[in-house]
Design a protein around this ligand. Structure first.
Ligand code: HGY
Ligand code: MN
Ligand code: MN
Length: 416
């Protein structure tokens, strides 16, 4: 078996060119991307990815959640494939690399194997999971969740966006609903390359994050109902101000997260105010509280205290409050064998690396339920992500993809 030597590297320039070309699809307004799931821009990005994969000699599979599977044959067609991938959908004010680096890094591995004429025993499949972000359709990682048996497909198809459009209808509309049963594919292993989306690797001047764990996530949608009334003529004592109640609840969310410092985090990113008119006291607000921690007990404590504090605030202000769990997953421990493949790849290639817990959620967090899974991370500038200014260097992209390359090919077994 050809030794996986230091010389076995991907073509960093070609990878960077593909990242920049994909970034032209669904541009944002400040240099990033707005290629939200199941939009025409998402469809365009999918088509470009499919073309590139077919140019690389792959066959493309598509399942009923629109998950894409570009397969490079192995010498043993019965061997379970090694999967590698992430997501092409972005936040509305997303960056060019979140998810995309993991998908196009996987494609670059296939392109490089073709260049070198290397065969592997196991097939290798590059994957694009639909709706990882969970912005247009909550929850995040929706389609990898259906693939892993967490959500039913019918429930996923019924999810509605802010305009009331259903997931299943939009998937059909853009023409990317496949016939394959979701989750029928069995994996030998799954690897995901992702930017860190946090400040640790850059601050510690490390090239690679060897992701041993992922912190857990909890999304609680809170609805507060007061009474919409005139902002000018309604005396202060008569007001039932849902907007003010939300402000007090969000203050409590911040205090709850700080009480579990340094590892817990909490905030609300999604906020809808009704009727959202300058001279009307908000009658109703709907917002999603996002709590995260590597410790499940801490997540449970934060969820419980949100309800206790929220009820107290609502009682004191004469407004109603309701809670709905709309997303979440327990903290994740990735597969030791796959994590070791990542770590030894970084060592072999001479990259500096540290073990790290993923702060963000990823498709790998669900796939870890159905196959041995691990992640590779590269730094991002100022740890910034979910912001159009998200930036990485070509060197970081190449280093992360080289480690991914070695971990995937070692697991897929090179054949002379
Ligand atoms: O929410 C997350 O952590 C991921 O970026 N979807
Ligand atoms: Mn992502
Ligand atoms: Mn993201």
């Amino acid at each position: 078996m050809t030794a996986l030597g230091q010389n076995l590297k991907i073509n960093g320039e070609r990878l960077w060119d593909s990242l920049m070309e994909m970034a032209e699809i669904g541009p944002g307004v400040a240099g990033g991307n707005n290629r939200q799931t199941l939009t025409d821009e998402d469809a365009e990005g999918r088509a470009l990815f499919q073309k590139w994969c077919e140019d690389a000699g792959c066959t493309m599979g598509l399942d009923q959640m629109g998950n894409m599977f570009a397969r490079r044959e192995g010498t043993d067609p019965d061997a379970l494939p090694v999967y590698v991938g992430s997501h092409l959908d972005t936040q509305p004010t997303g960056g060019k690399y979140d998810g995309v680096l993991g998908v196009l890094g996987g494609l670059e591995i296939l392109r490089s194997l073709n260049d070198m004429g290397i065969k592997t025993r196991h097939p290798i499949v590059v994957t694009n999971f639909t709706n990882e972000e969970g912005t247009r359709y909550a929850p995040a990682m929706l389609s990898s969740g259906v693939f892993a048996g967490i959500h039913t497909q019918d429930w996923a198809y019924d999810r509605e966006d802010a305009e009331g459009k259903k997931f299943g209808d939009e998937l059909n509309r853009i023409g990317w609903r496949g016939e394959e049963e979701v989750g029928a594919r069995k994996m030998h292993a799954f690897f995901e390359l992702h930017i860190e989306q946090g400040p640790i690797l850059e601050a510690e001047e490390k090239d690679i994050g060897v992701v041993t764990h992922g912190q857990g996530l909890s999304w609680t949608q809170v609805t507060i109902t007061g009474k919409d009334a005139h902002t000018g003529s309604t005396p202060m004592p008569m007001r039932r101000n849902a907007g003010l109640a939300m402000a007090r609840v969000l203050e409590a969310v911040d205090e709850i997260a700080w009480s579990h410092a340094p590892h817990a985090v909490g905030a609300a990113g999604h906020i809808d105010v009704y009727p959202n008119s300058r001279n009307v006291i908000p009658g109703q607000v709907v917002f999603t509280v996002d709590f995260r921690s590597p410790d499940l007990d801490v997540i449970t404590d934060m969820e419980n205290r949100l309800r206790v504090e929220g009820d107290k605030i609502a009682e004191a202000m004469g407004v109603e409050i309701a809670y709905e769990k709309v997303g979440g997953f327990d903290p994740v421990t990735f597969d030791e064998g796959c994590v070791t493949a990542v770590r030894s790849a970084a060592d072999r290639l001479g990259y500096s690396h540290i073990d790290i817990i993923s702060g963000a959620g990823h498709d790998a967090c669900w796939i870890n339920r159905v196959a041995p899974t691990a992640m590779v991370m590269c730094p991002c500038v100022d740890g910034l992500s979910h912001n159009e200014a998200e930036e990485i260097s070509p060197e970081w992209a190449a280093a992360g993809t080289n480690v991914l390359f070695h971990a995937v090919v070692e697991t897929a077994e090179i054949v002379e």
